[in-house]
Design a protein around this ligand. Sequence first.
Ligand SMILES: Cc1ncc(COP(=O)(O)O)c(C=O)c1O
Length: 383
Amino acid sequence: MNVAIYLDNSATTKPHPQVIEAMLSLLQENYGNPSSLHTIGQRAERVVTKARRDLAGVLGVKEKEIIFTSGGTESNNMALQGVVRAYGNRGRHIITSRIEHPSILEVFKELEDRGFRATYLEVDGDGRITPDRLAKALEPETILVSLFHVNNEIGSINPLPELAQVVAQGGRQRPFFHVDAVQSFGKLPLKPAKWGIDLVSISGHKIHGPKGTGALYLREGLAIPPLLLGGGQEGGLRSGTENVVGIGGLGLAALLAEEEREGALPKVAKLRRVFLEGLEGSSYRLNSPDGGSPYILNLSFPGYRGEVLVHALAEKGVYVSTGSACSSRAHKQSHVLESLGLSPEEIAGAIRVSFSRTNSPEEAQRAGKILAGVAAELGEFMG
Ligand SMILES: Cc1ncc(COP(=O)(O)O)c(C=O)c1O
């Protein structure tokens, strides 16, 4: 019998039923333009104001520090391009890690073309940037440090409060610290203002919210230029009529995720455990570090091809991915696993299983068993 077990939640999540309901009602009944002066416009504006308040509350920051965007990619671009355009005259050195999402690495490459010097930090054996390593890379010329909170392929967690302290002591003038929190927001504690982080990117569709929604936390006092010019929405930082329905959905998804965040952690850790129990007897390499995010599990089956495993699993109704969703379509070898020092065989045979608080332990265990069966079948076929 074919089951449908969705374990590709780091690629995207299924929208929460309450989010769908709220968005449907907004679409049908709250169609005004928040910039319009009349009551229909004001009602739409209230949706945006409430979502901003809710997101600010979840992050422990001020409402005016939240800018709504179309997602993690746009937030990352706005943050990095904005900081270098505004503060590039202070210095020409920027720092990130080797295992960031392409929406960071591609911007860094472009900034190098524009004459900035970039340092790409190597991660330790657990896929993290240590404060030590960051301290050594900082120079008087450094103006920007951009690091992930949770890595999207292996789930390693960077020690943000400690890294923020190191950033605060670097540079001729304190460099700006940007964090890509797309894989941690709504899942792990994240307090940018308290921890000393200047900019944070988040995305709606990773937390059971709608696709095409996201936000950037921009610390008060930072003045960056907009990527989009026009009507001056979002405090002039992101022109264009607000995506009221999406913003409302994002605000609600963030509230729901935050309400369930603490309780979800042990639940998701159990999903991971029972998945691995289901896999007992198979021979694989665990690529995710101990102490990483329980939401992401990366495994290698050396000698196999990750995409073959993914397709064979999908035929049995289990949905996972190879590495990240974007690199799996591009058929590029994972730069993350390469950085961890895995062999080409281990990289080729890697899959990523990513959980959600909505998965059940029965699903996780069953998926583990199905993967064990698929690996055994393919193993026999391969001889
Ligand atoms: C770490 C990380 N950053 C950024 C993004 C891009 O987010 P979005 O899909 O909302 O543009 C992703 C999406 O996979 C991600 O995992």
